[in-house]
Design a protein around this ligand. Sequence first.
Ligand SMILES: [Zn+2]
Length: 375
Amino acid sequence: MTTTHDQLPADAAQFVLDTFLALVRIDSLSGDEGAVAERLRGYLKDAGCQVWSDPAGNLLARRAGQGAGSTLPPLLLSAHMDTVEPGHGIQPRIVDGVVRSDGTTILGADDKAGVAAILTALRQTNGKGSSCCPVEVAFSVQEEVGLIGAKHLDLTQLASKTAIVMDSAGPVGSIVARAPSQDTMTIEITGQASHAGVAPEQGVSAVVVAARAIAGMRLGRIDPETTANIGVIRGGMATNIIPAHVTMRGEARSLDEGRLKAQTAHMRECFETAAHELGAKVDFWVERSYASINLSPDSAVVRRVSRAMAAIGVEASLISTGGGSDANIFMGAGIETANLGFGMMRPHSVDEHIAVADLRQAALILTAILSDPQG
Ligand SMILES: [Zn+2]
């Protein structure tokens, strides 16, 4: 018999806040998640999980189903352990019910609020008298630097075909229904070096080729679903040398696969045309960074999350985002994934904050999802 409450019990309300504050005090910049992983290992064991880590450093866990939930299929819960700069020595403080940093660092609610919510839900659904579906947990590394942990996660270790990721900046109740796929590009232009004062006629400037290509390129907001950027450009040696090499890095994203392909092709064409006109050579590499998300309102995971939210008086709302997350990787691997918003505000800035009430709602929503007898 499962009962759902519309509020966390007092001890759990304290636990989620204490856990969140403890986690943000542990530095865990991307690539340096070891200390926080070690702490999380303890929390997961306390919640009855079997815990292991993979060669990439991701922390994984599983727990059998409990009570009436035992026969349900497993559900994967995921959040990332790493944070962005400036993230050393975070000193959280609570002002008027809102957790903030001291203003010199980020807070790390992205994504330790998600981690704390997951730990609290596991704690609330553990032990005698609980009903809970079988659970798998993936706390990933290096999400912020290109979803690296999730990309290296061996998903054959996990049985779940459904996942909840806690990593959206939307308000409590939001479910990311649409997120873009992304192409990442590296472009190398090779011209011809020559003395700029003595024999400029013999040179082909890779800088001029790059400039002409970019000047004719559609960048920024392409349409409501598509964006593009050239974010890095490097080249040249000295003022008296016609530059022979320029390297650039860029990206395009779209919620629509056809538009993404068209934008990437357009960017390639701009470089190739400019190189051809000016007698240079261009190499253009493109890598699909992650697949898009397109969740139907009727999908099982959206219905499951919405039902759990409704049970505690939270209205579900489907949102669209321009950002990628580990959810894109899981979706691309065939795991139906809902990335939930839980009120983290202004992530990746020193103004990052989250209301204590929202942190508690996040834990309550996850608890309701885990203990939903319909699974
Ligand atoms: Zn995040």
